[in-house]
Ligand binder design. Structure first.
Ligand code: FES
Length: 107
C-alpha cells in the first residue's frame, strides 16, 4: 500500500499507508493526523485540507483543476508553490513516498 508522510509544523513526521484511490486527506483523517480539518469532507468547498507538497513531488502530481485553483485562493495559511488541497490528491502506487507538510493553520 502506498505510504504518505505528513510533516507537522514542529517537524515531526507521521508515515501512513493510504489505500490506492483514496485521497491524501482521507489518509490523514482516518489516521488522526492533526492539522488537516477537511470540514467539507472532500467536496472542494472548504480549503481546510490545505497542504504544502514537498518540492520534489510537486511536478509528479496531476496539476490542480480550475476549481481547486479557485479554492486555493481561500486558504487560511499563506499559499506557496507547493500548496494543494489534499482531498484532491488521489493516492496511487506512483505516489508511494509522497511527503506533504501541514500548514500552521486551516482556519
Ligand atoms: S476537504 Fe474541503 S476542500 Fe478538501
Amino acid at each position: 500500500m502506498p505510504e504518505v508522510t505528513y510533516v507537522a509544523t514542529d517537524g515531526s513526521e507521521r508515515k501512513v499507508e493510504v489505500p490506492q484511490g483514496r485521497s491524501v486527506m482521507h489518509g490523514a483523517i482516518q489516521n488522526g493526523v492533526r492539522g488537516i480539518e477537511a470540514e467539507c469532507g472532500g467536496v472542494l468547498s472548504c480549503a481546510t485540507c490545505h497542504v504544502y507538497v514537498d518540492p520534489e513531488w510537486v511536478d509528479r502530481l496531476d496539476p490542480p483543476s480550475e476549481d481547486e485553483e479557485d479554492m486555493l485562493s481561500n486558504t487560511a495559511a499563506e499559499r506557496r508553490p507547493g500548496s494543494r488541497l489534499s482531498c484532491q490528491i488521489e493516492v496511487t502506487d506512483d505516489l508511494n513516498g509522497l511527503r506533504v507538510q501541514i500548514p500552521e493553520t486551516q482556519s
